[in-house]
Ligand binder design. Structure first.
Ligand SMILES: [Zn+2]
Length: 239
């Protein structure tokens, strides 16, 4: 199973200088401030003192994934948490940013949906498949232990012929693993039991823009398609 070394798949030489990169970002802000903001002033006035997001969206820090763009959401719609590998550490192991955001989203904001979204060509998944490449990145290595289960499941059960296929399967297994971890958080477990919270596992394909969603009923990933029922990873409520 030959896998590209993620520490070596990074960038060719940047096309622009560091100064030009920053200027591009600041110019973008100025356009937003002068052109976009005035057109949506009503919305921003409403959002100035309160938020009521439709969902929590946990995804990878990868720059190619833009949750608001791919779901056509507005400011205030999504409570987004991002990290390398769209990881959700199991409850109790780490009182970090992800666990804090989950508790806040569920208990303070009362979100009814949590979406865990992985993606194609994920550098974190490549690293999970090739852990020796992370010797010089001890923090990344420690973080991705929360995704190690995905590699084990794939190595033990999948006879993938190519790196492309292996990456696809490990990305799916990682989303399933993070959904399991999500359910260990007491706030999540309680609202799931009450039938007040729904969890979802998605994979976004950068090249085609398609999304496949985990369907607990059939234990498989199904495409999000117009007119079809939305696949759901949520167990049935007990109360
Ligand atoms: Zn990624």
């Amino acid at each position: 199973m030959p896998v590209k070394d993620p520490s070596k798949v990074v960038p060719e030489a940047p096309a622009e200088s560091a100064d030009a990169a920053l200027k591009h970002i600041v110019d973008g802000f100025l356009r937003f401030h002068h052109d976009v903001f005035p057109e949506q002033q009503e919305l921003f006035k409403k959002l100035a003192t309160a938020q009521k997001p439709r969902a929590m969206f946990i995804t990878c820090a990868d720059s190619r994934i833009v949750p608001e763009l791919i779901t056509q959401s507005s400011p205030g719609d999504l409570f987004v948490t991002r990290n390398v590998g769209n990881v959700v550490p199991p409850y109790g192991q780490m009182n970090g940013g992800v666990s804090t955001a989950i508790e806040y989203a569920v208990l303070a904001l009362g979100v009814h949906h949590i979406i865990v979204c992985g993606h194609s060509d994920c550098g974190a998944m490549r690293a999970v498949l090739n852990p020796s490449s992370l010797e010089k990145m001890p923090t990344v290595k420690a973080w991705l232990r929360h995704a190690e289960v995905a590699r084990t499941v794939v190595e033990d059960n999948c006879s993938c012929g190519s790196e492309h296929e292996t990456m696809k399967v490990v990305t799916k297994e990682n989303v399933i693993a993070q959904l399991h971890h999500l359910r260990t958080h007491p706030s999540v477990a309680s609202r799931l039991a009450a039938g007040q919270l729904y969890i979802h596992g998605w994979i976004y394909d950068i090249e085609t823009s398609q999304i496949e969603a985990y369907d607990a009923a059939s234990d498989s990933f199904l495409p999000l398609t117009a007119g079809e029922p939305i696949p759901c990873a949520t167990p049935r409520g007990r109360y």
